[in-house]
Write a protein that binds this ligand. Structure first.
Ligand code: HDE
Length: 772
């Protein structure tokens, strides 16, 4: 206890608590409700900090810190020891019989060190191996008594500590972040009623309807077993072979081929619980619920060419982005929303709410905002926290319950089971990052690596020798919702699971023109990599059920004729058989909320990265003013040049180059600021690196700002090179030169540039399909 409160064994850790953590989540204790309007972000005024801000909170106030502080280690000023605490005199040389003689068996120091090293690795997660995580809190907007007794929703302003891990699915632990893939969005709530894990994805539906097919799906998407290729990619035969034989995957394929699969940042994607869950209130009444996380920074994506280049330029792109935002005190934030509905309502719908390949359109059930989640602290240690955290769908708390979704049922088993292999035994709940802040008392005993030291002779219940303790909680504990169950044991699917295309069509029809272009491009890329023509044909045959324009465009792009729609192609072989009987028409055929553009964010820059290209003789005053404007708008400006070192400005002082064109190519930046450059005085337009840099910025539809009326560099990449030619490009800005030397910088143009940057990309510039 003395260690846990106030004196963490790592005193440096306190310095990593951000300002927003000053009000710590205390288990069960509500904090004052935020003054501002419900849902309004406090972020913009709240990230005044070098690394951490002021108002450093007492370590240990956050209840998750108690368990973590107990095991934190800081070696500052300490002597090096063995694992038994024996001080080590020489950590350079093994013990030998004579300086040139054999090393001795008795060198227990060498043997302990090497043995430990030999066992450093644990199996990676079979899926979602690549991920990044952070600590933070969930804050409830108000009491949800009418719906649930779940602890996080108990009172307005109540904060519950969370640990959140984002991930890709298919790639191995060391794969690149920007692969086209689903993203995991897993949240562990440490409540005083135990841990609740909401293990979701950034897409609201899934490929398959039944857990029975999960190993098949994953075997199909993972590297092919004979040659171990390709890494972190669905663009290969086995994946498309499988999904084209499983028409139920059509809806999810639309999401995975959309820009959602290449997010700009973990901070800029939605999260979904996917399955229907239940909320249960104090009266034992249940409602169905779908969980939605919506980012304050808006939903924004990369373009594919950029994602490919990022995989080389910085495979840690998303990991770094999350880490740096939190270190800078610019805390990522999401709003939690619920879609709540009754069983009776859901019985009327054309789709089954137990089918995880379906959404409940927001037009049918609007989203009710209930709280916000803010991530405020990076882990101390990647392995101890991010790698060892164990999320389990089975971890629910009183007030929350499952539905009969058959995919969810398989997950309830799988997550607990997989940790036993991955974390080496049944006691993984004792690993500090997994330990609940609620106390654990039961009669489970022993197992590998047991930490707890249960006292007394009683390890059974009922007992009299320990006064009956630990005793059952009865009605105040978790009580399963008494759902009615009927029917025979049989293998099969409910009727409404049979329709696979209506919501895929809904998704397609709800996308903007640019998003539709990107979907066609993604299918084309993936299917071009597929080697077996019959598989391409089957995918096209499937897409004919989604939209004829989509199928025709794709057939065109692949140089193929349109095949007959899928069921004919599959014949009687089964899985793709046509839907029997009349299908109820969909309630909703277009939903703006399915387009990324529907959630542009709050207009902030949210740490977007801006490159300021500098060279010898640059207009220093001007570039510094833009630097300042980007910084104060919440962006991250960097001076970038050919080589490290200083460049002299026209005014005679210097600007230090922070990073080079070679180490930080165009894909790494959200926008670029270019020097004024005429044909007579070329600075950068003769540099291959600068040309490639600006070409990517331009073709990836990012905002560009020129510090004058001319840019020979832009002209060199085929873009409008002067203010007179730039008409009609909404993301290309040329600053007016000062009329007199005393005139200041053209700040109106800088502001327009920054507004464009907050709006992310302008796809008017895109050349795929080719411009007319
Ligand atoms: Fe998972 N999934 N999954 N999954 N999943 C795992 O658990 C599984 C599914 C998701 O950051 C594994 O601890 C089955 C849907 C996330 O640590 C494993 C089925 C959704 C994470 C597993 C599904 C997810 C996992 C691997 C179908 C979105 C990463 C390691 C029946 C709602 C959590 C582990 C983290 C991880 C099984 C389908 C999300 C093997 C059997 C649907 C975010 O247990």
């Amino acid at each position: 206890d003395t260690l846990a409160r106030g004196t963490p064994s790592n005193p440096l850790k306190a310095a990593e608590h951000g300002r927003d953590n000053a009000v710590h989540p205390q288990a069960g204790v509500p904090v004052d409700a935020p003054d501002e309007e419900v849902g309004a972000s406090t972020l913009s005024e709240d990230f005044a900090s070098d690394k951490v801000g002021d108002g450093i909170p007492e370590a240990g106030e956050n209840p998750t810190n108690d368990s973590l502080d107990r095991v934190r280690v800081d070696s500052t000023g300490r002597v090096l020891t063995t694992n038994q605490g024996v001080p080590v005199g020489d950590n350079q040389n093994s013990l030998k019989a004579g300086l040139r003689g054999p090393t001795l068996m008795e060198d227990f120091i060498l043997r302990e060190k090497i043995t430990h090293f030999d066992h450093e690795r644990i199996p990676e997660r079979v899926v979602h191996a690549r991920g990044s995580a952070a600590h933070g809190y969930f804050e409830s907007y108000g009491a949800l008594d009418d719906l649930t007794i779940a602890a996080p929703f108990e009172a307005a302003g109540k904060r519950t500590p969370v640990f959140v891990r984002f991930s890709t699915v298919a790639g191995e632990r060391g794969s690149a972040d920007t692969a086209r893939d689903v993203r995991g969005f897993a949240v562990k709530f440490y409540t005083e009623q135990g841990n609740w894990d909401l293990v979701g994805n950034n897409m609201p539906v899934f490929f398959i309807q039944d857990a029975m097919k999960f190993p098949d799906l994953i075997h199909a998407v993972k590297p092919e077993p004979h040659n171990g290729m390709p890494q972190a990619a669905s663009a290969h035969d086995t994946f498309w072979d499988f999904v084209s034989l499983m028409p139920e995957s059509t809806h999810m394929l639309m999401w995975v081929m959309s820009d959602r699969a290449i997010p700009r940042s973990y901070r800029m994607m939605q999260g979904f619980g996917v399955h229907t869950f239940r909320l249960v209130n104090a009266q034992g009444e249940a409602h169905f619920v779908k969980f939605h996380w919506t980012p304050r920074a808006g939903t924004h994506s990369l373009v594919w060419d950029e994602a490919v280049k990022l995989a080389g330029a910085d495979p840690d792109f998303h990991r770094r982005d999350l880490w740096e935002a939190i270190e800078a005190g610019q805390y990522p934030e999401w709003e939690l929303g619920l879609q709540v509905f009754t069983e009776e309502q859901s019985e009327q719908w054309s789709f089954d709410i137990l089918d995880p390949t379906k959404i409940v359109p927001e037009e049918l059930v609007p989203i009710r905002p209930v709280g916000r989640m803010v991530l405020t602290r990076n882990p101390d240690n990647f392995f101890a926290e991010t790698e060892q955290v164990a999320f389990c769908t089975a971890h629910i708390i009183p007030g929350i319950d499952f539905s009969n979704d058959p995919l969810l049922a398989g997950r309830i088993h799988s997550y607990l089971d997989t940790q036993i292999t991955r974390l080496g035994g049944a006691n993984f709940h004792e690993i500090p990052i997994n330990a609940p802040i609620a106390q654990v008392h039961n009669n489970q005993r022993d197992g590998l690596h047991r930490q707890a030291i249960p006292r007394g002779r009683v390890a059974y219940e009922p007992n009299s020798l320990a006064g009956g303790c630990p005793f059952q909680a009865g009605k105040s504990g978790f009580v399963s919702y008494p759902k009615a169950i009927q029917g025979e044991a049989l293998r099969g699917k409910p009727e409404r699971f049979a329709e696979h295309y209506a919501q895929a069509t809904l998704f397609w029809q709800s996308q903007s023109e640019a998003e539709q272009d990107h979907i066609v491009g993604a299918f084309r890329f993936e299917l071009t990599r597929v080697q077996t023509p019959a598989i391409r044909q089957r995918v096209l045959a499937m897409l004919r059920h989604v939209d004829e324009t989509l199928a025709t465009r794709l057939a065109d792009d692949l140089g193929m004729d349109l095949p007959a729609p899928l069921p004919d192609l599959l014949g009687d072989s089964g899985v793709g058989a046509p839907v029997a009987g009349a299908v109820q028409p969909p309630e909703v055929t277009r939903s703006d909320s399915l387009s990324l553009l529907d959630r542009p964010g709050d207009g902030g820059l949210w740490g977007r990265r801006v490159a300021l290209l500098v060279h010898e003789g640059i207009d220093g005053a001007r570039v510094r003013e833009v630097h300042e404007a980007v910084l104060s708008a919440g962006g991250v400006p960097r001076y970038i040049g050919h080589r490290l070192g200083d460049v002299s400005t026209a005014e005679g002082d210097v600007i230090p180059v922070e990073i080079t064109l070679e180490t930080a190519p165009g894909a790494l930046w959200d926008a670029v600021v270019l020097p004024e450059e005429t044909d007579d005085a070329p600075h950068l337009s003769r540099s291959a690196q600068a040309v490639a840099f600006v070409q990517d910025q331009y073709l990836h539809c990012k905002p560009l700002l020129v510090l004058g009326h001319d840019s020979a560099l832009l002209a060199a990449v085929g873009a409008p090179g002067s203010v007179d030619e730039a008409d009609g490009d909404p993301a290309l800005f040329f600053m007016d030169p000062p009329a007199t030397p005393e005139d200041g910088t053209d700040l109106a143009t800088v502001t327009a540039f920054l507004t464009s940057l907050a709006g992310h990309r302008r796809f008017e510039r895109e050349m795929d399909p080719p411009q007319r």
